[in-house]
Design a protein around this ligand. Structure first.
Ligand code: ADP
Ligand code: TZD
Length: 579
């Protein structure tokens, strides 16, 4: 489709005039935003060209959902809202899943979409890609704004940034009708209309009595536990969080994207004794983690309730920036409301030199279980079955991450997700990026592209073969921008596995089964990347080492036993069953 958007102000007026295109770019740049993830087309094609011309990094994707996921994770990694730019209606809708997912995960992101003319949309007269985008976005994100006049672009961008970053971070929609871009105004007036947002994520200091209540509860605990969530990773209060764990001597559990806040090999990590500490702990300090389904809503057997429907058998302290999160599932005895940096430093200030570390009965019992489970896992990882299974392949990934702790690990799938999370240790904060709160497939290549672009570090994406398919075309994007991304597909021939059968006996394969022996490595070769088929751990290791060494876009098809793994990985129980 050819672009029909109006020309920018580049005539003899260019010294004195500006236009909507340039005001959007200037407003973003003024606020330190230097990267746009998007996909061009009417009416934003020129915006992408001009943004690039004005020195912004413009990363162009093959599908808006992947650009949106890239923006979301860029927001998580940088504490600046990630920008996703799309065309109207279908492009907007393609980006919307990522915007809603960002909001669900508390990642700051702004989806900017061009839209059709208001007059036509509101009368439903059938414009090109007509849709009332603002109305559709509103219930699906944290905030949504539309700008109709060029002189309001500064305010619109400022409001979007504040909404994305302040309080609980989330996704914001900014609707820019096509006409806006061509509106011109005096450059000087335009410049003055822009707003540099001061303190977009203001610190929120917890109340002293709330801090005291929390410390009193923690002091009296016999079996305390700290639970770190991805909010703690986002907050970038890494040194204080580590100091809190080490000074109190309290064992901790990281949620999957909080892995690496302290190295997984830390002596106070209770990860390898998870099923012991959750039911046994008497006081649990949640830092940036919600008691949602990932934590069994804070009640039931996981937490030591005798009857699965019991209330929590323990007392919770919860640090969160969102006051309404408190008591959302179980009673929280000591809420501490504020930003994690301020809250953790307030707790630290109240922990004197004579703080009594937890009783050795508790820490000793955890250590004992850890040791047993780690030894059991080492035994499993040492096996070398043929074909490879998840364990023997992931033992390789585990070693590669250990040798390259600065690498970012992107991870999606079912078994591919669960096994990677438990087998591959992380050593540094914000290095593990995954399916998050929704358990959504399709984040893989978008996250990988953004992680490489905003950090410059090597990226390893461990993908189930089904999971990869949702964003697989972006291997072209990875090759086009020459990103140091190594995709490892744990290929077991289908969704969860490849052994299901058609119950009718008909010719179609079962709904969960893919083409047997597919060679995903050939995909990346089409775009000049390195493709490797790895049938053994040794081949996988060689290919991964080489990918890290060369920094070349690489896709490894790791051939996994199609009988390995279970339906839905570790969440089999969530599948509905006949009563
Ligand atoms: P996980 O899935 O890792 O358990 P969640 O996404 O459920 O983590 O929880 C993250 C929590 O962190 C959210 O409740 C969010 O409000 C909170 N949060 C995010 N950023 C901050 C911050 N800077 N300060 C305090 N709380 C935060
Ligand atoms: N669609 C979306 C957007 N998200 C989802 N989570 C699903 C579908 C359902 N789903 C899962 O929850 S995991 C999964 C799907 C389709 C793929 C599992 O297969 P895989 O991984 O090949 O990626 P394993 O290792 O074979 O289990």
């Amino acid at each position: 489709m050819q672009d029909q958007s109006s020309k920018p102000a580049t005539t003899e007026d260019s010294q004195k005039m500006t236009d909507g295109f340039h005001l959007v770019i200037d407003a973003l740049k003024l606020n330190g935003i230097d990267t746009i993830f998007g996909l061009p087309g009417i009416p934003i094609t020129d915006l992408t060209r001009m943004a690039q011309g004005e020195g912004m990094r413009v990363i162009s994707f093959r599908h808006e959902q992947n650009a949106g996921n890239a923006a979301a994770i860029a927001g998580f990694l940088t504490q600046k809202p990630g920008i996703c730019l799309t065309v109207s209606a279908p492009g907007f809708l393609n980006g919307l899943t990522a915007l809603t997912n960002a909001t669900t995960n508390c990642f700051p992101m702004i989806l900017i979409s061009g839209s059709s003319e208001r007059e036509i949309v509101d009368l439903q007269q059938g414009d090109y890609e007509e849709m009332d985008q603002l109305a559709i976005a509103k219930p699906l994100c944290k905030a949504a704004f539309r700008v109709l006049h060029a002189e309001d672009i500064g305010v619109g961008v400022a409001r979007a940034i504040r909404a994305a970053l302040s309080g609980r971070p989330g996704g914001v929609y900014l609707d820019l009708p096509a006409k806006l871009f061509a509106q011109s105004m005096e450059a000087e007036v335009g410049k003055k209309s822009l707003i540099k947002v001061v303190d977009p994520a203001p610190r929120q200091i917890p109340a002293p009595d709330a801090v005291k209540r929390a410390l009193d509860l923690l002091k009296g605990a016999k079996r305390p536990l700290i639970l770190l969530g991805k909010g703690a990773a986002y907050a970038q209060a890494d040194a204080d969080i580590r100091a809190l764990v080490e000074k109190t001597g309290i064992p901790y559990l990281p949620m999957s994207m909080a892995k690496g806040l302290l190295p997984d090999t830390h002596e106070l990590s209770a990860s390898a004794a998870r099923s012991y500490v959750l039911p046994e702990a008497d006081v649990v300090l949640l830092i940036g983690a919600r008691l949602n389904w990932l934590l069994s809503q804070g009640k039931g057997k996981t937490w030591g309730g005798k009857n699965p429907k019991d209330w929590a058998a323990k007392s919770f302290i919860q640090i969160d920036i969102s006051p309404t999160e408190i008591d959302s599932n179980v009673a929280i005895a000591a809420p501490v409301i504020g930003d994690i940096g301020s809250c953790v430093s307030a707790l630290l200030a109240g922990i004197g030199a004579n703080w009594a570390k937890p009783p050795v009965e508790w820490t000793g019992a955890i250590a004992e279980r850890k040791e047993k489970n780690i030894a059991k896992m080492a035994e499993t990882l040492a096996k070398d079955p043929s074909p490879m299974n998840f364990h023997s392949a992931l033992a390789v990934v585990r070693d590669i991450i250990k040798a390259n702790p600065e690498a970012i690990l992107v991870n999606e799938g079912a078994n591919a997700l669960d096994f990677t999370r438990s087998i591959v240790d992380m050593y540094q904060p914000r290095k593990r990026l995954d399916v998050g709160t929704w358990g959504i497939m399709g984040i893989g290549m978008g996250f990988a592209v953004a992680a490489a672009v905003v950090t410059g570090k090597p990226v390893i994406a461990v993908e189930g073969d089904s999971a990869f398919g949702f964003s697989g075309m972006e291997v072209e994007t990875i090759c086009r921008y020459k990103l140091p991304v190594c995709v490892v597909i744990l290929n077991n021939n289908g969704v969860y596995g490849g052994t299901d059968v058609n119950r009718s006996g008909g010719a179609d394969v079962a709904p969960t089964v893919f083409v047997k022996g597919a060679r995903y490595d050939k995909l990346i070769e089409a775009f000049g990347g390195v493709g490797v088929n790895a049938a053994t751990p040794a081949e996988l290791r060689r290919a991964m080492d080489e990918a890290i060494r060369s920094g070349k876009p690489t896709l490894i098809n790791a051939v996994i036993d199609e009988t390995a793994g279970t339906e839905s990985g570790r969440i089999t129980s969530l599948n509905p069953k006949k009563k």
